[in-house]
Design a protein around this ligand. Structure first.
Ligand SMILES: NC(=O)c1ccc[n+]([C@@H]2O[C@H](COP(=O)([O-])OP(=O)(O)OC[C@H]3O[C@@H](n4cnc5c(N)ncnc54)[C@H](O)[C@@H]3O)[C@@H](O)[C@H]2O)c1
Length: 245
């Protein structure tokens, strides 16, 4: 097992890719903190993991609230021990809202969840990781963090910020044992995209299909495990080839 006894926090883990990551991480032996605004959903994921013989704990967290993040980290450490892995997965979409139609309120909410929360949680876990000389962070960015037109103004800008922040942390803290990388998924079938994908063609994707949550989870395991020891600051697209054409 590739994550045996590693303590992992996954945000937004009640649904979609976060859920798939939580289940996959537990199968690889990790002790998983399933953190989400939706406690009921998080508890259902924990039950699924436990039914399969894994270890997990549900924590209700609003990633925009510093006190929630602090409580989540404390609960994780008290229950499972020092944190080895954080997957910053929680995120919301702006439904392709262009700049002129984006309100300041919408902009702030997208930024608070998609990037400010990553900055806050990273700063909460980094000191202990640096002290232990090891720690792994996987940020879920998007191909909207690499190219335009895969989101609206706020989403595109927030995911470009995730890419930049990931590189910053890698540049400054890799020498202290911190390994941080980002995944840039293309269009993946999850509850977030379910409705949208009913009418969306796949012909602009070289592989001619959308992605699945378990395919992203597999990449997250690789980036969280020692198999990716020489990777830091990488932004890895998983998009069926969308960004190469
Ligand atoms: N689905 C895609 O095609 C796609 C593509 C690229 C990137 N992404 C990114 O992947 C991540 C997961 O997306 P998904 O498609 O699985 O979405 P999803 O909507 O299925 O799941 C997101 C989860 O985040 C939780 N969440 C939302 N706001 C929160 C908050 N303030 N605090 C705590 N939890 C909160 C939700 O409750 C939900 O369980 C997001 O960052 C998204 O931007 C998705």
């Amino acid at each position: 097992m590739r994550l045996q006894d590693k303590v992992a926090i996954i945000t937004g883990a009640a649904s979609g890719m976060g859920k798939a990551e939580a289940i996959r991480f537990a199968k690889e032996g990790a002790k998983v903190v399933v953190a989400d605004l939706n406690l009921e959903g998080a508890e259902a994921v924990v039950q699924e993991i436990k039914n399969d013989g894994g270890q997990a704990l549900a924590v209700k967290v609003n990633v925009t609230l510093e006190t929630d993040l602090e409580n989540m980290v404390k609960t994780a450490v008290d229950t499972f021990g020092p944190i080895d892995i954080v997957v910053n997965n929680a995120g919301i979409f702006d439904k392709y809202t262009n700049s002129l139609e984006t309100t300041e309120e919408q902009w702030d909410l997208i930024f608070d969840i998609n990037i400010k929360a990553i900055f806050k949680l990273t700063n909460l876990v980094l000191p202990a990781m640096i002290e232990r000389g090891k720690g792994t962070i996987v940020n879920i960015a998007s191909i909207a963090g690499l190219v335009a037109q895969m989101g609206g103004a706020a989403y595109t800008a927030s995911k470009h910020a995730v890419v930049g922040y990931t590189k910053h942390i890698a540049a400054v803290y890799s020498s202290k044992g911190i390994k941080i990388n980002a995944i840039a998924p293309g269009t993946i079938r999850t509850p977030l995209t379910e409705e949208m994908l009913k009418t969306r063609p796949t012909n602009k994707i070289p592989l001619d299909r959308f992605g699945n949550d378990y395919e992203v989870a597999e990449l997250a395991v690789f980036l969280a495990s020692d198999d990716s020891q020489f990777m830091s600051g990488a932004i890895v697209p998983i998009d069926g080839g969308y960004t190469i054409v």
